[in-house]
Design a protein around this ligand. Structure first.
Ligand SMILES: NC(=O)c1ccc[n+]([C@@H]2O[C@H](COP(=O)([O-])OP(=O)(O)OC[C@H]3O[C@@H](n4cnc5c(N)ncnc54)[C@H](OP(=O)(O)O)[C@@H]3O)[C@@H](O)[C@H]2O)c1
Length: 300
């Protein structure tokens, strides 16, 4: 299967979608960003065409016709389930590969019960893709799962670090270890899949930049900034329980944030996947050093 050329990207205006679009353009693909609203934006930005869609089947079939692959980076929450319509429209339009909005921790082999519950719509979509690929052999899918995105977790403060005042909130002991991925590794993976689609057809691929703990990040940040950071401690289990209450009370943003932090950073467990399970080499992901990466984040 030769490299695809024409790629439609949904959610290409978002945090993860924007860098994916840029990487695809840089790699020479013809990119169409499918957005719900153009707003005041032009119809072409840095080589990508923009088209609007209300995410209905009819609208998407029209847009996907002539596209060889669809990459979704739509937001977590209700848009994840809306991808079923995107899959149906892609099949009808003759699209050959669908990459769903995944990119985070594994939604098919998830060790954390809280994550399993939160990720149920993503897990359901994978089952949907598997079934559709069985029924339509010309259609295929690839999933990319990399663990927690360091480029979102650190600058947003969600992982407990504040660069501006050099303070850290450590959950429990800070020793829980988990997989993390960088945006460049995600974008490299998407480009690799679309350049050599045969190797990744109907596969759930695990990728990783580093396995980290909060303590390791804090040590690296203290070394980079040559200063002792001010540290406070939070009980992860209390935070996790508070998160579920907030979610049930209609506050999904703070609720999910607290559940994720309470579950991921809890205790001293190591939930990293084994090296053998990783598709890093297949996808051409370069080895990244945690300290160097954090240093570039601190400088920017
Ligand atoms: N592992 C991690 O740590 C991590 C962190 C962040 C994200 N992720 C994953 O990466 C994927 C993309 O997340 P993101 O943070 O990049 O998403 P985002 O920036 O919040 O949203 C991406 C795009 O989704 C589109 N969208 C469609 N329906 C929407 C709706 N009802 N509400 C809001 N946006 C909607 C919007 O594009 P238009 O307005 O152009 O239509 C938006 O720009 C998700 O699967 C998420 O779970 C993982």
């Amino acid at each position: 299967m030769a490299s695809f050329r024409n790629i439609a990207v949904l959610g290409g205006t978002g945090q993860v979608g924007r860098p994916i679009v840029k990487a695809l353009i840089d790699a020479g693909f013809n990119v169409t960003v499918v957005t719900r609203s153009l707003g005041s934006n032009p119809k072409e930005v840095n080589g990508a065409s923009f088209v609007t869609s209300d995410y209905t089947y009819e609208s998407l079939v029209k847009i996907f016709t002539g596209q060889e692959a669809v990459v979704s980076a739509v937001a977590a929450g209700p848009p994840i389930a809306a991808q079923k319509v995107m899959v149906d429209a892609a099949i009808q339009a003759g699209v050959r590969r669908f990459i769903p909005s995944e990119y985070g921790s594994s939604s098919i082999d998830q060790p954390l019960e809280d994550f399993k519950k939160l990720m149920a719509p993503k897990t359901e979509l994978i089952a949907y893709l598997q079934e559709k690929a069985r029924l339509h052999p010309q259609f295929s899918w690839t999933c990319l799962s990399g663990g927690a995105l360091i480029d979102m977790g650190i600058p947003s403060g969600v992982w407990g670090f504040s660069m501006s005042d050099r303070t850290a909130t450590i959950f429990d002991t800070g020793e829980a270890r988990f997989d993390s991925i960088t945006i460049p590794a995600v974008t490299r993976s998407v480009v690799s899949v679309l350049q050599g689609p045969a190797d990744s057809a109907n596969k759930y691929l695990l990728i990783r930049s580093f396995t980290v703990s909060q303590s390791e990040i804090l040590a690296a940040l203290e070394d980079i900034t040559q200063s002792k950071w001010s540290v406070s401690y939070v009980n992860a289990e209390n935070l996790r329980q508070e998160g579920w209450k907030l979610l049930a009370g209609g506050n999904p943003k703070e609720g999910i944030e607290n559940i994720v932090r309470g579950a991921l950073f809890q205790g001293q467990k190591d939930i990293s996947v084994s090296q053998d399970a990783l598709a890093n080499t297949q996808l051409g992901i370069q080895t990244t050093n945690l300290r160097d990466y954090l240093e570039s984040m601190v400088k920017n």
